[in-house]
Design a protein around this ligand. Structure first.
Ligand code: TXA
Ligand code: MG
Length: 322
């Protein structure tokens, strides 16, 4: 049985959701980035339900969500010097930090890695639920594995109804792309997944930030440091192609015509980076629902939020660029 509550009209249910998490149940809740599918991050059996509900490969580690600094200190064994400045600048918010894990964190959460990913969300509903549970809550995006992350309650209902104990509906999320993931467990911070906290913002705090070499290019040799990045993620059923910025309007029209002559239903999207960040996943789901075969998306510059947009877009397109 899945219980569905609308957050605004059921504030009391948020404490109940926290209690459910405490008792080993699964709850889908909104965060400022995308909807998350939560379970008690210290309870291996509860975390197992997340992998089952999503159909997620067990070698893909989860992020622990907290609302207090005290919990962070229990989850990690050492605090690198840059930690304080990062927390002060970006928490609560869409930044996930990867740090050396303590023995408290079950292996199923980290897929056996010696590091743990931790994030402090800013969304009031997420915070109320996590605070009520008073536990670190493991929560991946609340989509079926391989589908685009859910940015609207309708996406969650389509993917998770009947697979989780409770769904807290709060309409549309704010950002629309998953959190930035920054590994600070080594000498130099490494950006594993770009997001709403931008590379430029991180450099302004850390001085130096490396980019995971597999972030924007398809690599058969380099292994992504963030295991989740190796999967064909974020992809709709339709075939996605990136239309490079060099293509003229005439060239774009010729591509569309060529696909249509083959009998394909084509969707062409030319949005700003900010619009794409917010709408890309919803567009993918909408295009599938409406039976599109081909989605052509005009590229955006890879500065600021554009880096995260192009990272998700290139993956969805399997690195095919026109
Ligand atoms: O915005 C978000 O981060 C959302 C909301 C719900 O908080 N969550 C989310 O979780 O996107 P998920 O599971 O879809 O993505 C987690 C990413 C994956 O790419 C995973 O490989 C990486 O974080 N990750 C988790 N633990 C890691 C670790 N110890 N080392 C490196 N990467 C890690
Ligand atoms: Mg995900």
């Amino acid at each position: 049985m899945t219980l569905c509550y609308q957050a605004e009209h059921n504030k009391a249910k948020l404490a109940e959701a926290g209690q459910l998490l405490k008792n080993g149940g699964t709850v889908v809740f909104p965060t400022e980035t995308v909807y998350g599918l939560g379970a008690n991050g210290l309870d291996g059996a509860a975390v197992k339900k997340i992998f089952k509900a999503k159909g997620r490969p067990s070698d893909n580690p989860l992020i622990l969500h907290i609302t207090t600094r005290a919990w962070l200190d229990k989850l990690i064994v050492e605090a690198p010097p840059i930690l304080e400045a990062l927390i002060k600048t970006f928490w609560p918010g869409p930044l996930t930090l990867v740090l050396k894990k303590s023995a408290l964190v079950p292996d199923i959460v980290t897929a056996g890695l010696d590091t743990v990913a931790v994030r402090m969300p800013s969304h009031p509903v997420a915070r109320a639920i996590i605070a009520a549970a008073d536990l670190p809550i493991a929560a991946p995006s609340a989509n079926l594995s391989g589908s685009p992350s859910p940015t609207k309650a309708a996406h969650v209902i389509a993917d998770m109804m009947g697979r989780v104990d409770m769904i807290i509906d709060d309409g549309d999320v704010v950002h629309g792309l998953e959190s930035t993931v920054l590994d600070i467990s080594g000498e130099v911070p490494i950006l594993l997944r770009p997001g709403a906290v931008t590379y430029e913002q991180l450099v302004s705090v850390c001085g130096q930030v490396q980019l995971d070499p597999t972030m924007m290019v398809h690599s058969t040799t380099a292994k992504p440091r963030s295991p989740g990045m190796k999967y064909r993620h974020y992809a709709p059923r339709a075939e996605v192609f990136v239309v490079s910025l060099e293509q003229t309007a005439d060239e774009v029209s010729a591509h569309i015509k060529a696909f249509e002559e083959k009998g394909y239903k084509v969707l062409y999207v030319d949005y700003s980076a900010e619009q794409l960040a917010n709408q890309l996943f919803a567009l993918f789901r909408r295009a599938d629902a409406d039976g599109y075969d081909i989605i052509l998306v005009r590229a955006v510059a890879t500065d600021q939020i554009g880096l995260a947009v192009m990272n998700r877009l290139l993956k969805a397109a399997n690195y095919r660029i026109l």
